[in-house]
Design a protein around this ligand. Structure first.
Ligand SMILES: NC(=O)c1ccc[n+]([C@@H]2O[C@H](COP(=O)([O-])OP(=O)(O)OC[C@H]3O[C@@H](n4cnc5c(N)ncnc54)[C@H](O)[C@@H]3O)[C@@H](O)[C@H]2O)c1
Length: 248
């Protein structure tokens, strides 16, 4: 039997990169998918691919995950179309470099809204339903090795991802008694369009114990595990998927 058959999964930021890989991995395991992204054209291609590889249904919606009204409307529509979701992957996120001295209020607020507030909004929208309907759902958040270590010119990104790890633990603590699980993944450097300097990233690969950058599928396999019932006794964890980066 497929590992996610009968499950309904929301994946944010599924139009490309890690979110796309997670959507396709879940589709392969038989999940019904409610996908969202800012880029609807890319997302519709992913939804079509997902149906091809095994998703019984895959919807695509243009949603700004930092906007409460859009998030609530998306979860309401997904619930109506597919049934109440029982898996939520908070993947959408942004990255940019800015030194502390140069960073504007607008840049700081944008990073916090898209990377952190979105997790709060999406989590709240599904939790309301899970508690009311007694659904023992699973949330998987995208933290980062930047949740735990510092990178120069990345104050807002590091702070936004540290907050995601903290939010993960509190969600797990508050809703564990309902049978609801919440975990985070902390990727190292994953080869996606998010990398500001792909050539520089290749140099970093030589410093990673496994001697390569991560691929989106490396993260998708961990997402599948955490979302599935195989991780039934794991909650509040932030798991590294970093080729060993954090050992050193
Ligand atoms: N790539 C890495 O090295 C790395 C490392 C650690 C953590 N992460 C995290 O993984 C997640 C995915 O990153 P990625 O590398 O696949 O990035 P990516 O830039 O390739 O994809 C991000 C997706 O999110 C979407 N998105 C951005 N803002 C949005 C918004 N406001 N509303 C809806 N969708 C929005 C984008 O359109 C895009 O499709 C992010 O949370 C990122 O911080 C990435």
């Amino acid at each position: 039997m497929s590992r996610l058959s009968g499950k309904i999964a929301v994946v944010t930021g599924a139009g490309r990169g890690i979110g796309r890989a997670i959507a396709l991995r879940f589709a392969h395991e038989g999940a019904l998918l409610a996908l969202c992204d800012l880029n609807l054209e890319q997302l519709e291609t992913v939804a079509a691919e997902a149906r091809q590889v095994g998703a019984p249904a895959a919807s695509a919606a243009r949603v700004d995950v930092a906007n409460r009204a859009e998030v609530e409307a998306f979860i309401a529509q997904a619930s109506q179309q597919l049934g109440t979701p029982n898996i939520l992957v908070n993947n959408a996120g942004i990255f940019f470099n800015a030194s502390l001295l140069d960073m504007t209020d607008e840049q700081w607020d944008r990073m916090m809204s898209i990377n952190t507030k979105s997790v709060f909004l999406m989590t709240q929208a599904v939790l309301k339903r899970w508690v009311a309907e007694d659904i023992k759902g699973s949330i998987v958040n995208l933290a980062s090795i930047s949740s735990d270590i510092a990178f120069t010119n990345s104050a807002a990104y590091c702070a936004s991802k540290a907050a995601v790890s903290a939010l993960t633990r509190v969600t797990a603590l508050e809703y564990g008694p309902h049978g609801i699980r919440c975990n985070a993944m902390a990727p190292g450097i994953i080869d996606t369009s998010m990398l500001p300097d792909p050539e520089g990233a290749k140099v970093w690969a030589n410093k990673i114990p496994l001697r390569r950058l991560g691929q989106p599928d490396d993260v998708a396999d961990l997402a599948l595990y955490l979302a599935s019932d195989e991780a039934r006794y794991i909650t509040g964890a932030t798991m590294y998927v970093d080729g060993g980066w954090m050992i050193e």
